[in-house]
Design a protein around this ligand. Structure first.
Ligand code: ADP
Ligand code: MG
Length: 412
């Protein structure tokens, strides 16, 4: 996939935007507690796209999902408090319409002046959203001349507010473009694998091999080194016939891990030692052990000190680093050292002019916790979408956008 051949907001001339009605899909799936927005960073990140449109006199209709209401209204998941918070964060009025389609939506959109915006109700209150219902998509498409998708995190799902509306807008002669956030994610995640400066070191960790096997295959083919930590390493230990005690192991993937090991040769680097404890919890008394001295009752919670050094040295040679998945149970302090060491080593590569990209929700949290997020080239917030893109999949939300060369051919 060549995502840069997709139409982007940054390539649209002002003339194509001036005074238009624009439907913008954002990711305002923010944490809510007692009806108030906690972390508002997802809202802040949409500011550049929304400001760009508002400054060009667009009338802006925002859609988003929030949580998993399952296709019916759930007052605790209304986007109303999110609209209020967005108005504060963006420093512009944000109307709220407690519906996704219907006469109240039409009235609200008709009232919008140039540069004004409104947020529609949680798209997942409507059963047609996750079914990508064509009628819902068509109704949404009638609200705008242009569709902008800035919700990268949902691009791996074909829903009405992502894929359906993009197609429907284009069928009506309009354009569907990637917003600034989406464009950045595509540039770094798809770009990194295309022509990485070498050495190119990939790091995988986290809980499961299962969901990441395409990624393992692709990275083995393209990277110069693949460092594996986290619980993913445990499954490889199992394939080596090592004792893993009561650690998290994907028993049904041990065979697969064995095949991967055989093919990978020296490219794949596993931890040589681990941090173990009886229980992975705050008050645990962890012990470091070579990987062949794990006891029957042990749980592996992190990579060991020697492995941290080896991984940091490998990372230190890199010009390009891709990292997904923590090295241990970083949420529990006694098991955070491996992840922190890797985070620092990766950040140092970026400091030295290398390209460093991290993907995955927990990895982003770990990078934040280590205090190095600002130093990375790009911290993807995409989660599942990022993993699928990195694994080589075409994302339906991206595929549905206009091709770059449609500019000029469209009605705008
Ligand atoms: P991401 O969200 O970045 O893609 P994952 O969701 O795959 O990452 O994995 C993150 C989770 O993996 C974390 O919750 C972490 O606690 C867990 N994890 C890492 N190492 C281990 C381990 N050795 N045993 C159990 N869980 C682990
Ligand atoms: Mg995760």
């Amino acid at each position: 996939m060549e995502p840069m051949e997709k139409l982007t907001l940054s390539s649209l001339p002002d003339g194509a935007l001036r005074g238009r009605r624009v439907v913008v899909r954002v990711d305002y799936n923010v944490p809510l507690a007692e009806g108030r927005v906690g972390d508002a960073r997802r809202i802040e990140r949409t500011a550049p796209t929304l400001r760009h449109l508002a400054e060009r006199g667009c009338r802006i209709v925002l859609t988003s999902h929030l949580g998993r209401p399952g296709g019916e209204p759930d007052p605790s998941l209304s986007l109303r408090p999110v609209a209020e918070r967005a108005a504060e964060v963006l420093g512009r009025p944000m109307e709220f319409v407690p519906e996704l389609v219907g006469p109240r939506v039409d009235e609200g959109v008709d009232r919008l002046g140039a540069g004004e915006m409104l947020l529609l109700e949680n798209s997942r209150f409507h059963p047609g959203e996750t079914e990508n219902d064509p009628e819902l998509a068509a109704a949404l498409a009638r609200l705008g001349d242009l569709f902008v998708n800035d919700a990268f995190g949902t691009a791996h799902r074909a829903h009405a507010t992502t894929v359906g509306v993009a197609r429907a807008v284009r069928e009506r002669g309009g354009l569907a473009a990637a917003g600034f956030l989406m464009e950045r994610e595509l540039r770094f995640l798809a770009g990194i694998l295309r022509e990485p400066a070498r050495p190119y070191v990939a790091i995988l960790g986290g809980a499961k091999i299962g969901g990441k096997i395409e990624l393992v295959e692709r990275l083995l083919a393209e990277a110069d080194r693949l460092l594996v930590g986290g619980a993913m390493a445990n499954t490889f230990f199992g394939a080596l016939g090592l004792e893993t005690g009561r650690s998290l192991v994907e028993e049904d993937r041990i065979g697969l891990a064995g095949e991967v090991l055989e093919r990978a040769g020296e490219k794949l680097v596993l931890p040589v030692d681990v941090t173990v404890a009886d229980a992975i919890e705050e008050g645990a008394r962890p012990r470091d052990a070579p990987r062949d001295e794990v006891g029957e009752r042990d749980r592996i919670g992190d990579i060991g000190p020697r492995s941290r050094e080896i991984f940091a040295a490998e990372i230190g040679h890199a010009r390009t680093v891709l990292w997904n998945g923590p090295m241990g149970v970083f949420e529990v302090p006694p098991f955070a050292a491996g992840t922190r060491a890797v985070a620092k080593a990766v950040a140092a590569v970026a400091d030295g002019g290398g390209t460093t990209v991290t993907g995955g929700g927990d990895t982003a949290a770990a990078v934040e916790a280590a205090g190095v997020a600002e130093r990375m080239t790009h911290v993807s917030t995409g989660g599942g979408a990022a993993l699928e893109l990195l694994g080589g999949a075409e994302l339906p939300g991206v595929a549905a956008l206009s091709d770059a060369d449609e500019l000029g051919g469209g009605r705008t």
